[in-house]
Design a protein around this ligand. Structure first.
Ligand SMILES: [Cu+2]
Length: 246
């Protein structure tokens, strides 16, 4: 996380995290002090205006789209992901499977723009995070959002009365530099370490490069895109041959 702070009038300022309800099965997350800022002496810069912060670099939109480009893009695919854990709280899953480094869980193409529905069927919050790109959060628990920027992490609300927490995001896989494999996962360390992580393969548009990557993947990996069932168990799924793509 990065924050930009303009020092105020001389004085001592305290930065605090906000108390956060992580759910009945979640870890405590009280308000804590993060830092102290001491502002002294005469001011030496004019305050930044919001329009200065939002100014676009030339050509940036082609590779790093702004939120308005993402929201107006044609959606090429919709997918659903279920974030779950077992009753003992020691196995954490995405689409019923713990992480396996030898499995491609999701395959997309450079240029695709997808809508992902992220369901949380557990009694605690998970923090969805994806590497290599930022996304627009368009809906949380059925409430339409009005995103003013892109983000790389979003909290998935915990399940209440059997109703999963639900977040919809739009992901632009538009940057050709992201071709290859990387991960998406829960950003709570204990959860990702206990399996709440998955591999995504972004295929380049160049047919030769695409073939090379696919040949390598097919030789040792089993891509799967099975339809998730919220009630299904959270298991290792380590034998990919038993785990048929659906
Ligand atoms: Cu988590």
């Amino acid at each position: 996380m990065e924050v930009l702070v303009v020092g105020g009038n001389p004085g001592k300022y305290s930065f605090k995290s906000l108390q956060y309800d992580t759910g009945p099965a979640g870890d405590p997350n009280p308000q804590v002090p993060l830092a102290t800022l001491i502002s002294t002496g005469p001011g030496n810069m004019k305050p930044l205006k919001p329009q200065d912060l939002n100014r676009k670099a030339a050509g940036r939109g082609r590779v790093f789209p702004m939120v308005e480009h993402v929201l107006s893009s044609r959606i090429t695919q919709e997918r659903t992901f279920v974030f779950s854990e077992n009753n003992a709280g020691d196995k954490f899953c995405i689409n019923q499977c713990q992480y396996d480094m030898n499995r491609v869980d999701t395959q997309v193409n450079v240029g695709d723009v997808e809508t992902w529905t992220l369901l949380n069927t557990s009694g605690e919050v998970h923090a969805f995070h994806i590497h290599q790109l930022d996304f627009a959060v368009v809906e949380i628990n059925g409430v339409k959002q009005n995103p003013t920027g892109l983000q790389d992490t979003v909290n998935l609300p915990y399940q209440v009365n059997g109703q999963p927490g639900e977040v919809k995001i739009i992901l632009p896989f538009t940057n050709p530099n992201i071709a290859g494999e990387f991960v998406y996962h829960c950003h709570i360390l204990e959860h990702e370490d206990a399996g709440m992580m998955a591999n995504i393969l972004v295929l380049p548009t160049n047919p030769r490069a695409r073939r090379q990557i696919l040949n390598r993947v097919r030789s040792n990996r089993q891509p799967h895109t099975h339809a998730p069932t919220p009630a299904a168990p959270c298991v290792p799924c380590s034998d990919s041959k038993k785990h048929h793509p659906g």
